[in-house]
Design a protein around this ligand. Structure first.
Ligand SMILES: CC(C)(COP(=O)(O)OP(=O)(O)OC[C@H]1O[C@@H](n2cnc3c(N)ncnc32)[C@H](O)[C@@H]1OP(=O)(O)O)[C@@H](O)C(=O)NCCC(=O)NCCS
Length: 229
């Protein structure tokens, strides 16, 4: 049985939602939820089967993220749609919709948009804490530009941005990318993959770091080379 969140959790959730709505493009619907005991019960039976082999804490987080996504889909008239986890890890969305899910230890987030407006979406969430130096060394390259970001959190935003870009691009290109394969310019709100896929970025840093990555205006329009995907 899901208990109501504590007042602190409810406040954290409300302020994150406000920050996410402020950064999201108009056609992108976003939501967040503090992960609670019992959230695995929000997985629809087919969803639970598609992620069966996973740890209880991860299933709880996946349940929280899908609870948000079910609500976002219901807002656009799609009810009771099971968001399966494909063998690649990608969530499978209804025809005409793109979306993305993420969770850290405490918070789940989701975003959805019509593919007519947004070719593909990626989202990631992280605690608003500096990224440890050893992880930063793995994530950052000389080409990344982060000077516009809050200096304390720039590394964390960069990490979050690369994960969000990966989630937006993988369903289009089916290519496993490393951090070194994604060039991020936080100043310009843009990223590009080694394959030339251009991605737009929007982020907030309080009360958590959330990055939205999106391929604009249709699936094939954002290749740097102008190619067709
Ligand atoms: C996709 C990936 C980056 C997710 O990161 P994570 O920290 O494990 O988990 P997050 O909470 O941020 O996101 C989990 C959600 O990502 C989504 N996801 C998983 N694999 C995905 C993929 N290939 N494409 C798009 N979305 C994916 C799923 O919806 C998942 O939610 P679920 O488990 O409830 O279904 C990671 O699983 C992965 O595949 N990494 C391999 C490549 C890599 O790490 N490269 C370096 C970063 S660019």
């Amino acid at each position: 049985m899901t208990r109501p969140p504590s007042p602190e959790s409810a406040l954290a959730q409300a302020s994150l939602l406000q920050a996410m709505v402020a950064i999201a493009p108009k056609s992108v619907r976003v939501g967040c939820r503090v992960i609670q005991d019992g959230d695995e019960a929000h997985l629809l039976p087919e969803e639970a089967r598609s992620i069966l082999a996973r740890q209880p804490a991860m299933r709880r987080a996946s349940g929280a993220a899908r609870w948000i996504a079910h609500g976002l889909l219901a807002d656009v008239g799609v009810n009771d749609f099971a968001i399966l986890r494909a063998p690649s890890g990608t969530p499978v969305w209804p025809d005409g919709i793109t979306g993305s899910l993420a969770h850290d230890d405490e918070m789940a987030v989701a975003a959805v948009a019509p593919v007519a407006d947004i070719g593909s979406l990626g989202i990631d969430v992280e605690p608003a804490q500096p990224l440890p130096d050893d992880i930063l060394a793995l994530v950052a390259t000389r080409s990344d530009r982060t000077d516009a970001a809050d200096r304390r959190l720039a590394g964390r935003v960069l990490f979050c941005a690369k994960e969000a870009v990966y989630k937006a691009v993988y369903p289009l290109d089916r290519e496993i990318l490393g951090y070194e394969d994604i060039e991020v310019d936080l100043n310009a709100g843009r990223a590009m993959t080694k394959g030339g896929r251009k991605v737009s970025l929007a982020y907030c840093v309080a009360p958590r770091v959330v990055v939205l990555a999106f391929v604009d205006g249709g699936r094939f329009r954002s290749r740097a080379d102008g190619g067709n995907g």
